[in-house]
Design a protein around this ligand. Structure first.
Ligand SMILES: N[C@@H](CCC(=O)N[C@@H](CS)C(=O)NCC(=O)O)C(=O)O
Length: 209
């Protein structure tokens, strides 16, 4: 069987989610960098792989998979070892809701193409971009902290082992730090972040700066 290939950008939080999943499951993959700043994602070759022009793409089992959460669930369903999703329907619904609160409600409004367009309409105002990121990441994480006020929260977002929710949270926090969003007051978010940092799979997946 051929080694899976991950089309990845080091700073992409969606790619970062998949890198953590691969590490947790012990799946060796060839990392193929897609430089988003150089617009590799809209090259003809790349668009043939993902017409959305987004990373990540995972080639595995003869499939070309897109969308980080779909990829994570595929890996969870097809690979033995660490479970990224709970075994019960209620647990899965909660993990999907937490993951979506980040991946569907915070991340898309902070994506590169959105920020590029924001710079166009604001006349390249750096302050507008910083304010935008602070608003949407800050509000989103504040709501996430409240979602964590739930009996199913444990050492991690759901229970005492990392699930897809933690795979979405940690990269979003990397992004928050990058944009200097203050989330020091979010007690549960910070506790989970620290616990994830203790797990090698998370550390190895982190962007190098
Ligand atoms: N919903 C997609 C989002 C993927 C996504 O937005 N990727 C970003 C990097 S984090 C990207 O490729 N951006 C390129 C662009 O905006 O042109 C997923 O979860 O995989």
């Amino acid at each position: 069987m051929s080694i899976p290939r991950l089309y990845d950008y080091w700073r992409s939080s969606a790619s970062y989610r998949v890198r953590i999943a691969l590490n947790l499951l012990g799946i060796e993959a060839t990392i193929l960098p897609v430089n988003l700043l150089q617009k590799d994602q809209i090259s003809t070759d790349y668009l043939a792989r993902n017409p959305q022009g987004l990373v990540p793409v995972l080639e595995i089992d003869g499939l070309i998979l897109t969308q980080s959460m779909a990829i994570i669930e595929y890996l969870d369903e097809t690979r033995p070892g660490h479970k990224l999703m709970p075994s019960d329907a209620a647990g899965r619904a909660r993990v999907r809701a937490l993951a979506s609160a980040i991946a569907c409600d915070i991340h898309p409004v902070c994506n590169l193409r959105v920020l590029d367009q924001l710079m166009v309409v604001s006349g390249n105002k750096e302050s507008v971009r910083a304010e935008w990121m602070n608003k949407f990441i800050g509000d989103g994480l504040t709501a996430f902290e409240k979602l964590l006020d739930h009996p199913a929260t444990g050492g991690f977002c759901n229970g005492d082992t990392p699930t897809m929710a933690d795979l979405c949270l940690v990269p979003q926090l990397y992004n928050a730090r990058r944009w200097k969003v203050d989330f020091t007051h979010l007690i549960r978010v910070n506790a989970i972040s620290e616990r994830c940092h203790e797990v090698e799979a998370f550390r190895l997946a982190a962007p190098k700066s």
